[in-house]
Ligand binder design. Structure first.
Ligand code: ADP
Ligand code: MG
Length: 506
């Protein structure tokens, strides 16, 4: 992410957390704090002068970068609004946002300044036509009253005062766009339940945990979106990353407004704090969070928290906080299986409206196993390329376009590592990987190790054969075939192999 002039950059956007106006984020900028909330741009008439500025900036940009680049990356960009000295531009996907930020932020800044001297920074965010018409106030009014579409101005005003308390929800992270499979069905069910009936006994707090890119943030946003859509009651939902919680807290201390900070937080009905592991070692903030937590739970309000580990494994969090976090429902998101990855890719391909051959989806699901975000990013890139050059997506083009990503995933797993892991898994002696024994109990694991060696390393069949007690390359070939067939026909076996692959790749 590029640092924007006139603002302090706290580093890359956290996992899936849609960026907030940096004027709000930037602690040292507090004096000149700029709220993203602009009632005029949220609901009012578009400003004709602003629209003219934007038209000219766009035209110049197009001239500068050329037609091809413009079509590929910049055409979907729309004007979000202007707030004081800050212009917000919207892109429909995170992939595009990151790309535009990385490559065009400086240019955009310069062009806007030429157009309007008052503009000090350009904020590039996810959002756009679909997002803003679905949820008109999302980008500008982060504390979401339910029924916001129909919200009378008075209520919008009331929440506006607290607009800097929370981050906006990403309208794409709905329950409907979350693909459910074995590894995440429990967490999904819990999230749904909390969205349907917040604060029900046994589900408060809801603690979601799992590795990077497995859908924690997505589920939290989905809870918020669902609650804010239902118009039967007015529920105040606040979502923020733990990091943001800390910055807000410190900002409140600096500006001697901790009372306000506390009151604002405690007035919400649902508080969601993402990536709680960030608070490890931040004792004062933890303390504050603990008190907020207690106050809310005691008042019958719902808390949703996410972290990369379970409460008991989050060493470094205060014991009493850990204990309370584990008191409600704890749900983990497991690493994805091949099957889930395929389903996710299929769903995303369908949503994207570009035909992607099943072979390519399978290839991606095999190669990119670590996190869904990367999987998604790869698919997006493929689709962008295909559209740009009006060419169909093929296995060859995939390998070409994703060259860098695939290379990074070719982690250097050694055959020795594979043999060791597989032997441990089936509880056989490591020496049996090279021994002549043919009993099924050792022969099958040996075949699996050969299969994984073929899949995870760049070694040739004869090379692999040599590492397995000087076996012939045809033996390796046979093993690869047998294991591939078994994976198809025996689900249990397939899962074991998948698990091993994941362990080796991580
Ligand atoms: P985390 O917060 O656990 O690091 P995110 O919720 O940010 O992960 O997910 C990363 C990306 O992957 C997001 O774009 C999200 O929409 C997508 N994603 C993760 N899991 C799923 C799923 N089961 N179905 C659809 N998309 C998913
Ligand atoms: Mg996250």
């Amino acid at each position: 992410m590029t640092a924007h002039p006139g603002s302090i950059d706290f580093g890359p956007a956290r996992d899936g957390v849609p960026d907030h106006a940096a004027g709000n984020d930037a602690l040292p900028d507090l004096d000149g704090i700029v709220l993203a909330g602009d009632p005029a741009s949220a609901g009012g008439d578009p400003d004709p002068q602003l629209a003219a500025h934007w038209d000219r900036v766009r035209d110049r940009l197009q001239q500068d970068v050329g037609e091809v680049e413009f079509r590929m990356w910049l055409r979907p960009m729309t004007l979000g609004g202007v707030d004081g000295d800050e212009v917000t531009l919207l892109l429909p996907t995170r992939f595009l946002r990151d790309w535009v930020r990385g490559h065009y932020a400086d240019k955009l800044n310069a062009l806007w300044q030429q157009e309007d001297k008052r503009v000090r920074r350009v904020d590039i965010r996810v959002g756009g036509v679909a997002a803003s018409s679905d949820l008109p106030e999302l980008p500008s009014s982060p504390l979401l009253p339910a029924a916001q579409a129909a919200a009378p101005p008075a209520r919008v005003q009331a929440t506006e005062a607290r607009a800097d308390m929370a981050a906006p929800l990403d309208p794409r992270f709905e329950f409907d766009s979350f693909v459910v499979g074995k590894p995440n069905e429990f967490a999904y069910a819990c999230a749904r339940r909390v969205a349907e009936r917040p604060s029900s006994p046994g589900f408060n707090p809801l603690f979601l945990y799992g590795g990077v890119g497995l859908g924690k943030t997505h589920l939290m946003h989905a809870i918020g979106l669902e609650l804010s859509r239902r118009d039967t009651q007015t529920i105040q939902v606040a979502y923020m990353s733990a990091e943001k919680f800390m910055y807000r807290f410190i900002a409140a201390i600096r500006s001697q407004s901790t009372m306000e900070f506390k009151e604002q937080l405690r007035s919400v009905d649902v508080l969601m704090v993402d990536d709680l592991q960030f608070l490890i070692g931040k004792d004062n903030t933890q303390e504050e969070f603990f008190h907020t937590f207690n106050a809310l739970v005691d008042a019958g309000k719902q808390i949703v928290v996410s972290a990369d580990k379970s409460p008991s494994d989050l060493s470094g969090l205060e014991d009493r906080l850990r204990t309370r976090l584990g008191c409600g429902m704890v749900a983990d998101l497991h690493a994805t299986t091949f099957e889930l990855r395929i389903s996710i890719l299929e769903a995303k391909a369908i949503r994207g409206g570009t035909a992607v051959p099943p072979k390519v989806l399978e290839f991606l699901a095999h190669k990119i196993t670590s996190n869904v975000r990367e999987l998604e990013g790869s698919l997006n890139r493929l689709v962008a390329h295909a559209n740009l050059f009006s060419r169909p997506i093929t296995l060859e083009s995939t390998q070409e376009v994703l060259h860098d990503i695939l290379k990074a995933h070719d982690r250097r797993v050694t055959i020795e590592e594979i043999q060791k892991r597989v032997a441990e898994h089936w509880n056989i002696r490591l020496a049996d990987m090279s021994s002549a024994r043919r009993a099924r109990a050792v022969a099958r694991p040996r075949q699996v190790a050969m299969y994984l060696a073929k899949q995870l390393t760049s070694r040739s069949l004869p090379e692999i054969g040599r590492k397995f007690g000087n076996r012939d390359h045809t033996t390796v070939m046979h093993a690869v075939k047998v294991v591939a067939e078994l994976i198809e026909t025996d689900a249990d076996f397939g899962e074991r192999v998948e698990l091993l692959r994941r362990m080796l790749e991580s």
